[in-house]
Design a protein around this ligand. Structure first.
Ligand code: SF4
Length: 493
């Protein structure tokens, strides 16, 4: 018997957890596990596609001139099949919530306004769930969040569970949903190892402490889910759904090794991590991650600011000294090149603009620290600069809202450009010297005659090749030059 419901994936991006293609988030899988019969799987791209088809006779998703239309690229079915599915269900469970907005190469998350508009012609019961229910959603940094209106949905339904023992059967059952996702061979599946923030009091801007109390998932549960997903066709995984992977089960090296060795024994093509609190990074734990992960992984550190006054005013997780120690440790242990052409494990740095206590001087301090990293000869895989979104319920929202953003915004773009020019460029040259061979990149999008590719993994570098390659295939390349936050290269296969 066919299911009378479907899941609409509008994609999610949270402080702990990513579900924007090519990442497969946990939310649609867990939600699917709630029902005896597997729901249909639709994406926001599907809704956009049928709307386009109504307005334009022929929709060319990947035109020869101009850019690939990433807003419909991740559609799951033909327009007729999408309409048929929407016409045959009673209930649509909408998964949404972008709370750490980034730049996405090959997908565009759906907004609440968009969902509301695109679903208007369909008579179907609408249930909203996902991170959006705690604080709202916003995929433009520095903007006010969109908060869901109960009147626009039939139900706002938080997906909650008491313990990981309760979640496990749902996670295993819902895993089959990935078989409805297009190009599964090129997707990377987000895996949850814990939830909540282990710090007594969280950072001012973060929604994670609002959502969950701290819980860690047992190593055997993590391994069991990955094994199940692999039998269904998944090959690449990221341990990204937790606030800090180095804090796993109190940071106990034995627990970390039990989980990692169990996962590595399954021999996934990619096993990466995300989210690391610099205060928890030490030699022993770093050695374990480097030993068991596949190369090219990034430990993204939420430093957020190198200005001590901002660190204190927002209760950020580490001092500048701690951040530097962590960066040095990861470099010492993970800074060698692996067989795919990338370093084994490198730090990533997150900088957040618009926090309480920020002044123009904060930008100078941030720049000086980044310059110090370059001058010391350290490697950093990427520097992520975002403008904060003050979500309701967070201390930042109550204390300053968007006041600091409004005061300092005029300085941001010149400062960011300076970082991209004076920090990123020398760092890219150091990370990927001319002639470096990078293996197994997936061709994701076109822009005219150019193809943009990435390895499958945590924060892979974007590589542009000056020829039009078929999409969703794998290529090896050799680095020929540098662009803004990306490389140019030529194919070697
Ligand atoms: S350390 Fe800060 S950013 Fe990380 S989960 Fe806790 S509150 Fe959020």
């Amino acid at each position: 018997m066919a299911s009378n419901r479907a899941i609409l994936d509008c994609y999610t991006d949270e402080p702990a957890g990513l579900g924007v293609p090519p990442f497969v988030g946990v939310w649609p899988r867990y939600v699917a596990g709630l029902y005896p019969q597997e729901p249909g799987y639709l994406t926001i791209d599907d809704l956009r596609l049928i709307r386009y088809v109504e307005h334009v006779r022929e929709v060319v998703i990947d035109p020869v001139v101009g850019r690939t239309h990433i807003e419909v690229l991740n559609h799951t079915r033909s327009p007729d099949e999408i309409r048929h599915l929407l016409g045959s269900i009673d209930e649509l469970i909408i998964v949404a919530g972008v709370q750490t907005p980034g730049k996405y190469l090959s997908a565009r998350p759906g907004t609440l306004r968009e969902v509301h508009k695109l679903l208007a012609p369909f008579r179907v019961r609408r249930i909203l769930t996902g991170p959006v229910l705690v604080g709202g959603t916003q995929f433009r940094g520095g903007s006010a969040p969109q908060v869901p209106q109960a009147s626009e949905f039939d139900e706002l339904h938080p997906f909650v569970f008491e313990s990981y023992d309760d979640l496990q059967p749902l996670a295993l059952k819902g895993a089959t949903l990935i078989q409805q996702m297009p190009h599964l061979e090129n997707r990377i599946v987000e895996i949850e190892t814990g939830r909540g923030c282990p710090r007594e009091k969280g950072c001012s801007f973060c929604t994670e402490p609002l959502k969950h109390v701290v819980q860690w998932r047992a190593p055997e549960q993590v391994v069991e889910e990955v094994r199940t997903l692999m039998t269904l066709g998944a090959k690449a995984f990221r341990l990204g759904k937790q606030s800090c992977i180095f804090s796993y089960r109190g940071g106990d090296p034995h627990e970390i090794e039990t989980m990692l060795s169990g996962l590595a024994a399954l021999r996934p093509a990619v096993l990466h991590l995300d989210n690391a609190n610099p205060a928890m990074i030490d030699e022993r734990r770093t050695e374990l991650f480097v030993r068991y992960l596949t190369p090219g992984s990034t430990a993204a550190m939420g430093v957020e600011s190198f200005d001590p006054e901002v660190t204190e005013a927002n209760n950020l997780n580490c001092t500048t000294e701690m951040a530097f120690e962590a960066i040095r440790t990861v470099n010492r242990i993970g800074g060698y090149r692996g067989e795919n052409g990338c370093h084994a494990l490198l730090p990533g740095i997150n900088i957040l603009l618009g926090l309480a206590g920020e002044t123009p001087d904060t930008l100078e301090k941030n720049f000086a620290a980044l310059k110090h990293i370059v001058d010391e000869g350290l490697l950093v895989r990427r520097i992520n600069i975002r403008q904060v979104v003050p979500f309701p319920g967070t201390p930042l929202h109550e204390q300053v809202g968007r006041k600091v953003l409004r005061q300092n915004r005029r300085h941001y773009s010149a400062w960011t450009e300076k970082v991209r020019r004076e920090i990123d460029m020398p760092m890219l040259e150091r990370l990927f010297p001319l002639g470096t061979a990078l293996r197994d990149l997936c061709s994701e999008v076109h822009n005219g005659h150019m193809t943009f590719l990435r390895q499958i993994g945590s924060y892979p570098i974007v590589v542009a090749v000056h020829e039009r390659l078929p999409l969703n295939e794998r290529f090896d390349v050799r680095v020929t030059g540098y662009m803004r936050r990306s490389l140019s290269a030529e194919c070697i296969t």
